[in-house]
Design a protein around this ligand. Sequence first.
Ligand code: SF4
Ligand code: SF4
Ligand code: SF4
Ligand code: FES
Length: 950
Amino acid sequence: MQSIAEQDLGTPQRISARSVTLTIDGREVTVPEGTSVMRAAALVETKIPKLCATDQLEAFGSCRLCLVQIEGMKGLPASCTTPVAQGMKVTTQNKQIADIRRGVMELYISDHPLDCLTCPANGHCELQDMAGVVGLREVRYGYEGANHLTAGKDTSNPYFTFDASKCIVCSRCVRACDEQQGTLALTIQGRGFDSTVSASQNVSFMDSECVSCGACVQACPTATLSENTLIEKGQAEHSIVTTCAYCGVGCSFRAEMQGEEVVRMVPNKDGGANHGHSCVKGRFAIGYATHADRIVKPMIRAKISDPWREVSWEEAIAHAASELKRIQAKYGRDSIGGITSSRCTNEETYLVQKLVRAGFRNNNVDTCARVCHSPTGYGLKNTIGESAGTQNFDSVMKADVIFVIGANPTDGHPVFASQMKRRLRQGAKLIVADPRTIDLVRTPHIEASHHLKLRPGTNVALINSLAHVVVAEGLVKEDFVRARCEIPAFEKWRSFVLQEKNSPEAMQEVTGVPAAEVRAAARLYAGAANGAIYYGLGVTEHSQGSTMVMGIANLAMATGNVGREGVGINPLRGQNNVQGSCDMGSFPHEFPGYRHVSDDAVRRSFEEAWGLQLLGEPGLRIPNMFEAALDGEFKGLYIEGEDIAQSDPNTQHVTAALTSMECIIVQDLFLNESAKFADGFLPGSSFLEKDGTFTNAERRISRVRKVMEPKNGYADWQITQLLSNAVGYPMNYTHASEIMDEIARLTPTFTGVSFDRIDQLGSIQWPCNDAHPEGTPTMHVGEFVRGKGKFLVTEYVPTTEKVNARYPLILTTGRILSQYNVGAQTRRTENSRWHDEDRVEIHPNDAEERGIAEGDWVGIASRAGDTVLRAKVTDRVQPGVIYTTFHFPESGANVITTDNSDWATNCPEYKVTAVQATRVGQPSEWQKRFREFSKTQESLLKDADVFVAK
Ligand code: SF4
Ligand code: SF4
Ligand code: SF4
Ligand code: FES
C-alpha cells in the first residue's frame, strides 16, 4: 500500500553530466547543473513555500511565495526560477522573507472564499497549507474589497468542476494543458485583477478543445478544478498503485480509495510510461465496473432461446466442463478451443492457454491480437528477431525525425501522443503516412513536414518507394548495415527496391502520393541523426500487414535507426495487454516467449512442468475455428474477455459460426454480443478487483493490484482454474504471483520477473534475466536478437479487395479518444457524452455526388454486407475514401468488413473494404435483425437477479 502523498519537489528534474554543490541554510547539497534552488532545497528536505510551482511543470515565477536570500545577489529571487550555482549560499527563511510571504498570502486570502471546512480540497489544498506554513493569522486588507467570490462554476464537464471563485490565477492549469497534455485549451484572459482562466475563447470546458485529460485538475493547487467524485465523496484514506486497463500505453495510477470505493484515479508520477499524465479514459472512465449492466452471478441455459438461469459457481463450472467434455467425446479432441483477450492480465492469458493445451489437450487457443498486431509478431521476428517494439516511450525525446505510419496516437495512445507532441514542439520533425488527416498532421505549434496521404491498401508500395529513394540516393548507412545485417539478404533487397517499378514516380499512381513528397520524406527520415518509426493498426490490418512490418524493419535497418535511444521500430499496441497476450503463448502455434510448439526441447520443458504430453502441431486460429464450426467440426468455445461477435470481421459469418456451435462459455463483465450466443456465462472481474500484470507497448510489465474484492466472487484466473480442475487438469495456484513465477521459470525472456521484483523496480521491460536483471529499455543494442538483421524482399501485391463501379469507395476504420475498442466499457461511462454514435466520414465531393449532407443516414454496402450510419462530411478523408469508428455494436462496422486477411497471420484486412455509399431513410436489414435479436436476448436476462449492487 502506498501513501496518498507524493512528494512534489517544485520544479522538474534536470539531467546533466555536471554537478553543482551549494549550501542551503548551512547544509551542503550537490545536484545536477540546471536544477532550481527550490528543487535542490527539497532534496535536503527543506520545503520552500510555493504555489505556482510544481515538479510536473516548468517554473513560472508568478506567486512570489518561494523567494529566498542568496549571498551576493540583489533582492530576494524566486527559488523556483533561479538555477543553482557552484558555491551558492542560500537562506530560505528569515524575518524579512517571512514578512513578505505572509503579505503575499494575505493578498490571496483576502480574495478567497473562507469555506475550508466544506471545500473539496480540504486536506490537500496547497493554499491552505501555505497559509499554515507562513503563519498567516490575520488578513489586514479585510475581505470586503473587490473580489471574485461570486464568480460562477463551470459544471459542463461530466468529470470535473471549475469553480472560478477559488482561483488564484497561478496558471498551473494553463501550463499543464500546454506542456503536459499539449492541447493548449486554456488561457489566462484579462490583466491584473481581471485575470481569469478561460477555456478556449471563453467558452465552457465542454465546448472548448479540452480533451478532458484532467492534467489541469491535477495541477490545480486549490479546489478551483476538482474531480466531481472528490466533491461528492470527500478525501480518500488510502491509495493503491495499479495500471490502467485501457490502451497499450499502460499508464500507472494511484487508485485513491475510501474503503473499497474508488474516490479518484490519480496518474502516478513514478509511472515509467506516463510520468504522472493520463487521458480521459484511464483517469475518469472507470464507472463501467459498477454499471447496472454488469453481471456478477453465473448463469446457464440449455439453448440461446431460453431465459438465463442464475446458478451457483459450482453448477456453472460443472455445466461448462461437462458440455466441453461431452463435445470432445462426441466430435473429437479438436472440436473445442479457447479464446483469450488482450484485456486480460498476463497471468489470466497464460492460464487460458495452459487450460487449452493441458486441459483440452489441443492447441486451439487464440487471442484478439490475431485481429490487430499478429503481423507485428511475424514481421519483426523474421527481420530483427524479436516480436516486440524496440524502445521505451521516453526514447522519443531523443528522436529528431518522428515517422508515424498508420497510427493515430492522439486518439489511440493519448498519453504517448502528449510526450511525442512535446518532442515535436522542441523541434523534432514529423512525417505522417495516413490516408486520413489525423490530428497530429496539424495541431497547435505542430505541423507535419510531410503528410503522405496514401490510398488505403498501398502501404507496401509506399514503403518500397521510400526505400528506393534511400538506396538510389546513397542514403543507406553502409557501416551499420555491413556490421549488423546479413549482407546477401541486404544485397538482394537492395536490388529489389532499386527496380524502377519501386520508384516514387512509378508508385505514385498506386499510392496517390506525389513522388516529390515521397522523396523529400525519405531524405528527411534517412538523414536524421535519430529517426524513429511509430506504427499502428493502419500497418497491420491489411492483406500485406506482415509484409509492411518487414518493410518498416528494412527501412529502419538500412538507415541505421535501430539499437539506441531516439530511434527504433515501435508498434503502438491498441489494447492494454496486446503485447502481454502475445508474449504469453496465446497463439495456436507458440508457447510463451514466441517458441514454436513443434520445438521439441521447448515442448519438453512444458511437458515436464505440466506433467503431461503436449501436441507439437499448431491448433486453430480464430478464423479457422469459425470455418471449422461452419463445417460442423468445431463445437465448443471458452471465451475470456473478448467479444468476437462485435470485433471480428464479417459479422454475419462470425454469428453463423457461433450459432452452429453447441456450447459457448463466455467469461466477461457484461452480456456482450458474443454472450448473446452463449449457454454459459461466467461473470468476470474488473481490473480493480484482481492482481496480475499487464505488458504495454514498450514491453513494460506493470502490476495490476486489487483495490477491492471481486464483485463476482472470483478473479478471472481463479475461474479458469476452476474450469481446468473440472475438465480434469488440476491447477492449484493460490495467488496470481505464483502464475508469474511459473511463467518466469518457463520463459527465458521473463526469467527475472516476479511480483516482488516489479514491486521493487516499479515496472520491468522484458527481456529480464541474468543478462538484464533490471530489464531492457532499448533492444538490439550492439547486435540484433537474431544475431544479424535480415532484410526481406517486400513485393507489393495489391489487395484482391478492389473498387469497381458497384463498390467505388474504400472504407477504412479507426478509433476515437473517448471510446475504447468495442466500447463495452467506455459506452457505459460519461465518455459517451463525447461520442455517442459511430459516424461515417465522407469527403464533400463524394457526399455532394450522392446528395448526402451532414447528419444524413448513409447506407454503406460491401461485398460482405451493409449497414447504415450518419454522415460526417469532412475533407479529413480523401475523395474515394470513407472512414468510420467501430465502438457501437449496432453500427455494424464489421458487417461490412470482409474475410480478407494478412497472408502470413490471418490478421483481418479491416482497413480496406470496397463499398458504395448512398443516402437512405432507414436502418439496414442487418440492423433491424440485430435490434430484434438484442431485444430478445436482453428480455431473456430480465428476470435473472444477477446484476451488480450499486
Ligand atoms: S482537461 Fe486536459 S485538455 Fe482539458 S483543459 Fe485540462 S489539461 Fe487541457
Ligand atoms: S484553476 Fe487552479 S491551477 Fe488554474 S489558475 Fe486557478 S488556481 Fe491556478
Ligand atoms: S493513455 Fe491509455 S493507458 Fe494511459 S490513461 Fe489513457 S487509456 Fe489508460
Ligand atoms: S513558487 Fe516560485 S514564484 Fe511561485
